[in-house]
Ligand binder design. Sequence first.
Ligand SMILES: NC(=O)C1=CN([C@@H]2O[C@H](COP(=O)(O)OP(=O)(O)OC[C@H]3O[C@@H](n4cnc5c(N)ncnc54)[C@H](O)[C@@H]3O)[C@@H](O)[C@H]2O)C=CC1
Ligand SMILES: O=C([O-])CC(=O)C(=O)O
Length: 325
Amino acid sequence: MKKPVRVTITGAAGQISYSLIFRIASGSMLGPDQPVILQLLEITPALPALNGVVMELNDCAFPLVAGVIATDKLEEAFDKTDYALLVGARPRGPGMERKDLLTANGGIFGPQGKALSDYASRDVKVLVVGNPANTNALIAASAAKSLDPKQFTAMVRLDHNRALSQLASKTGTHSNDIEKMIIWGNHSSTQYPDITNTLVNGKAAKGLVDQNWIETDFIPTVQQRGAAIIKARGASSAASAASAAVDHMRDWALGTNGKWVSMGIPSDGSYGIKPGIVYGYPVTVKDGKYEIVQGLEVDAFSRGKMDATEQELREERAAIEELLK
Ligand SMILES: NC(=O)C1=CN([C@@H]2O[C@H](COP(=O)(O)OP(=O)(O)OC[C@H]3O[C@@H](n4cnc5c(N)ncnc54)[C@H](O)[C@@H]3O)[C@@H](O)[C@H]2O)C=CC1
Ligand SMILES: O=C([O-])CC(=O)C(=O)O
C-alpha cells in the first residue's frame, strides 16, 4: 500500500459532496491502491450535517480511508493537503446565470486561496467547482501568494462529458468512441463546445453531423445543460458534477496517456487568449503536469465563440478586480 495522501473537500455537507466524498473514498479518483485522508470543510452551522456524512462514511468501512477530519477551520482543512476540491459555495436557482453568484461566492475563495498558500503541500493540486468556477479559481490563485497559479484549475469537465454524451447519442456511438472534444472558455452559457477536431471511431465528427445541428442543437444544449437539470430536478447537477470532479482530478494526478481533456486553467496567451483569466483549454497530462494542446487551426466561427467567452471572463474579472489585490 502507498503512503496516504490528503484530500480536502469543501462544502462537504452539500449535495455534490454527498456523491463526491464516497467516490473518492472508494478509490475512483486516485486509484485502488492509494489510501486517502479526507479533510472535510464546512461552515459552522453545517457541522451537524457534516457529522452525519462522516457517520455514513465510517459505516462504509472503506479500505482506502486512512483518516477523516471534519472541521470549520481553514487551517485544519488545508493542512498539508495534496488535493483540494473547492466545492463549497452557493448554487444557483432557476432563472439565474452562474455569474449572478459572483458576489455571494467570490468572498469564499480569497481566504481559501490564502489558507492553501499557508498550509497546503507545496505541490497541491486545486480544483474549483463552486460557481462561477473560472473566476473563483482566479480569485483563489491570486490570494495564494506562495503557490504557482497553475496549481489552480476550474472545472469544465462536466461540460466536456456532457458534450461527449450529446455527440455519442447523435452519432449512435458510445462516448468511449469519441476523442479530441474541447470546451473552450467559461463554465457558463458562453462556453464553446468545439467538435472541429473531434473524432468518432477515428472519423471526423464534422463529417457525421451537419453544421445546423452543431449550431442550433449541440452547442446550445451543452451550454444550457446546467439550467435544464435545475429545471428538471429542482436542484443543480450533483452526481454528474461529482463524477466530473473525479475525472478532472484523476486525469491531472494520473495522466491522460495522450488523450485530450478540457480543464479551466490560467490563460497564457495560447490561442490569442491573453493572461489574466482562467479559461477552458484542451490539455493532455503527463507526470502530474498539464499542457495545452497546441497548433490547432481556429476558423472564423470558432474564433467568434472563443472571443465571446473570453469577453465574459474579462467582465467577470472586472467585477471582482478588488478581490485580486
Ligand atoms: N463547475 C461545475 O461544473 C459545477 C459547479 N457547481 C457549483 O458547485 C457549488 C456547490 O453545489 P452543491 O453541492 O449543489 O451546493 P449545496 O448548497 O448543496 O452545498 C454547498 C455546501 O457548501 C457549504 N459552504 C458554503 N460556504 C462555505 C465555505 N465558505 N466553506 C465551506 N463550505 C461552505 C454549504 O454549507 C453547503 O453545505 C455551487 O456553487 C454550484 O453552482 C455545481 C455543478 C457543476
Ligand atoms: O448550472 C448550474 O448552476 C450548476 C452547474 O454549474 C452545472 O450543472 O453545470
